[in-house]
Design a binder for this molecule. Structure first.
Ligand code: ATP
Length: 364
């Protein structure tokens, strides 16, 4: 997918009220042709509401929805050419895998010979060749969801929407199916709109992520943008782990915290002297200093403290360190011997680069 692709879907000031509850505030959003766009956010943030308005399952309370330049705000769902995959699979229990996948073709009046060819191809694409005659209860959860996906791709909808499709599966299978769905997207090139509340799933799968909270879009961007350049505290905390500091920007170019010398901010941080702000530092950008480390550069900041907590999860060790000024800071160690070196109470010296601090915007 290239960034020059035209917009396929445009939401212009689209909102949704349920009674007097505003589930989606007036929202603008463009979805590009062929992209994999993920709606990410906590429970109740409005992801499914937004998805259901694009699919036509819910009517918009205000605004316009355009599909390839045509106003579809009031078009019925079946006229929108959108295929859906649901978390609970929504398969028909009395039908075989073949019959479930054939169903959307049958209702569209496709010939028997074409149905056989397309269903066989769709089941093969999702790795279920040979499972045609099984009924849903004779299939595992992952296999049932593969049937759900085959039933969606079989009639080549111009947009595929998936609402938490892997939510019912265990971690290993979820990760395997993430890769399968990514490959499927690459192979068929259709626009995908995917809903999840799992940040790692969103980072792994998406061309762009639309992060939502309280019925609004907080940030829209690539996984890199959201992880490395979160716009506010909510985005910084929802995706990945973060060290957050707040204080006032002083004339010496540092952020004055409630205690300690303050933090050097990145060059061109764009903050006025006297302004209060919040900054974020990812734990993996904090280094534990060991003998023989390279000399510091102009933007390196050092601090010393004691280890307050150690969590070992195999691939990495997370440390919480209490600095001498009382500030708590988290870091992640990913290599030996450092991973096994520290225990609670040990003295430790830390370093980070001021350029790795991200200045956050006030939350709206
Ligand atoms: P989840 O991850 O739990 O599915 P979500 O981000 O998809 O959450 P939505 O299902 O879009 O959230 O719901 C957004 C808000 O709208 C919630 O507060 C929800 O209770 C409310 N809501 C959703 N559907 C209805 C409805 N039919 N009637 C009333 N309120 C609703």
């Amino acid at each position: 997918m290239t960034v020059t692709e035209p917009n396929m879907i445009e939401l212009q000031g689209v909102s949704k009220e349920f009674g007097n509850f505003l589930a989606l505030r007036p929202t603008d959003l463009n979805v590009r042709k062929g992209e994999f766009l993920t709606l990410l956010g906590p429970s109740g943030s409005g992801k499914s509401t937004l998805l259901n308005m694009i699919s036509g399952a819910f009517a918009a309370s205000s605004g316009r929805i355009m599909l390839n330049g045509t106003d579809i705000t009031n078009a019925p769902p079946r006229k929108r050419g959108i295929g859906m995959v649901f978390q609970n699979y929504a398969l028909m229990p009395h039908m075989t895998a073949f019959e479930n996948v054939a169903y959307p073709l049958k209702v569209r009046g496709v010939s028997k010979a074409d149905i056989r060819e397309k269903v066989t191809d769709a089941l093969k694409r999702v790795g279920l060749a040979g499972f045609e005659h099984r009924k849903p209860k004779q299939l595992s959860g992952g296999q049932q969801q593969r049937v759900g996906i085959a039933r969606c791709i079989v009639y080549s909808p111009s947009i595929i929407m998936m609402d938490e499709p892997l939510g019912a599966l265990d971690k290993n299978l979820r990760e395997q199916m993430q890769d399968e769905i990514k490959t499927l997207h690459r192979e068929i090139g259709t626009t995908f709109i995917y809903v999840t509340h799992d940040q790692e799933e969103a980072l792994n799968m998406s061309d762009r992520i639309c992060l939502m909270n309280n019925g609004s879009i907080v940030q829209l961007g690539t996984p890199d943008d959201l992880y490395f350049r979160p716009v506010n505290k909510f985005a910084a905390q929802f995706i990945g782990e973060s060290n957050l500091f707040s204080g006032k920007f002083e004339a010496d170019g540092r952020l004055k915290l409630s205690s300690g010398d303050g933090l050097a901010l990145p060059a061109n941080a764009g903050i006025a002297v006297g302004q209060s702000c919040q900054v974020m530092l990812r734990p993996e950008r904090v280094k534990a200093v060991v003998a023989g480390d390279a000399p510091v550069s102009a933007s390196t900041q050092s601090a010393s403290g004691r280890v307050a907590n150690v969590s070992f999860i195999g691939s990495m060790t997370s440390l919480a360190v209490e600095l001498t000024d009382g500030t708590l800071i988290k870091l992640k160690l990913t290599s030996l011997p450092l991973q096994s070196r520290y225990k609670v109470g040990d003295a430790i010296e830390l370093r980070w680069d001021a350029e790795d601090l991200v200045v956050l915007r006030e939350e709206a």
